[in-house]
Ligand binder design. Structure first.
Ligand SMILES: Nc1nc2c(c(=O)[nH]1)N[C@H]1C(S)=C(S)[C@@H](COP(=O)(O)O)O[C@H]1N2
Ligand SMILES: [Mo]
Length: 314
């Protein structure tokens, strides 16, 4: 069968050698840090033939902190649709078919629409956004995402005055997503944002990382990235975006309501009921570091929550 690639990809730019050299760099630094055991098995697998996303604008809000190596970003994942182990997604997500792919936009919008993935790739100029990402489990990474503000897409479907929330639904398909045969969560995976959060310029409709189309394990072919919230708010492999008057029932709130709230803003002062959130381990580092309020994006987003008790609205 034919493997389609994004139409703006220059064939000569499908270049595995780059992946290899980056991989070698990673192996060197991983060995130096004594992390080889953790990611070693992944580094022996052949590189996937990734398609370059070009040209890229340098996006706003990017951090200049050291980026987490590609190898770690793509082999240490949470994507329960492929299993709950960190290496399960990179080892098992090959069964996900990312073409053809559509994203249905419906609910409280004047112009409901079904976007084809090729259309989404061209909807607005792609930017590189280097964001800090913080998982609720206590680890973090710095990832160069590729995408554009979700607001670019939202503008085009014209939400009605009743639209107060946005709900994101991941693909439901047990054949392609074997982890959905296990009842760890209610499937499909559902996440949501308040309308002002979804419209915020930091919120990214994400189509790639490290200048390439998203690897399956990172939520191909399209996901959202919300860098001031815990990682689970950034839903992967999205097939539907619904606008509503009511707060969505998100998968994590349904599963464990006392542990995972709707907002889930990164907050070192509000502990998870079973562990502290004061510190985090940046993948690749030996020592923990302090977790920053709103994951360091407070200047941009704190005003969204003025007057709210963030202990109550966790
Ligand atoms: N559909 C879906 N989206 C998901 C998850 C998941 O299990 N299923 N895991 C979340 C969690 S807990 C994190 S930390 C991030 C991890 O994204 P990454 O693997 O690209 O770093 O994805 C989030 N999005
Ligand atoms: Mo997470």
């Amino acid at each position: 069968m034919l493997i389609r690639k994004p139409s703006d990809v220059v064939p000569s730019e499908i270049t595995p050698p780059e992946v290899y050299s980056r991989r070698r760099e990673f192996i060197k630094s991983a060995v130096a840090l004594g992390l080889a055991a953790g990611f070693g098995s992944g580094s022996l697998r052949p590189a996937f033939a990734a398609a370059k996303l070009a040209p890229l604008r340098k996006g706003a809000f990017s951090t200049d902190e050291k980026m987490t190596p590609f190898e770690a970003v793509t082999t240490y994942n949470n994507f329960y649709e492929f299993g709950t182990g960190k290496e399960d997604p990179s080892q098992r997500a090959g069964s996900l078919r990312t073409r053809p792919w559509t994203v249905r936009i419906d609910g409280e919008v004047k112009k409901p629409k079904v976007f084809d993935i090729e259309e989404l790739l061209k909807l607005a100029p792609l930017e590189e956004r280097i964001y800090r990402m913080r998982c609720v489990e206590g680890w973090s990474m710095v990832i160069p995402w590729v995408g554009y503000p979700l607001s670019e897409m939202i503008k085009r479907v014209e939400p009605t005055g009743n639209a107060k929330f946005v709900e994101f639904t991941t693909l439901l398909d047990r054949q392609q997503m074997p982890g959905q045969s296990v009842d760890v969560l209610e499937w499909p995976y559902i996440e949501g944002l308040r309308m002002d959060e979804a419209m915020h310029p930091l919120t990214l409709l994400t189509l790639g990382l490290y200048g390439e189309v998203l690897p399956n394990q990172n939520g191909a072919p399209v996901r959202v990235v919300v860098p001031w919230k815990y990682g689970f708010k950034s839903g992967k492999s999205i097939v539907r975006i619904r606008f509503s008057a009511e707060m969505p029932r998100t998968s994590w709130m349904v599963a464990v309501p006392n542990e995972y709230g709707f907002f889930s803003n990164v907050n070192p002062k509000v502990d998870h009921p079973r562990w502290s959130q004061a510190k985090e381990r940046r993948i690749g580092d030996l020592l923990k570091r302090e977790t920053l309020m709103f994951n360091g994006y407070g200047d941009q987003v704190a005003s969204l929550y003025t007057g709210m008790d963030l202990r109550k609205h966790f």
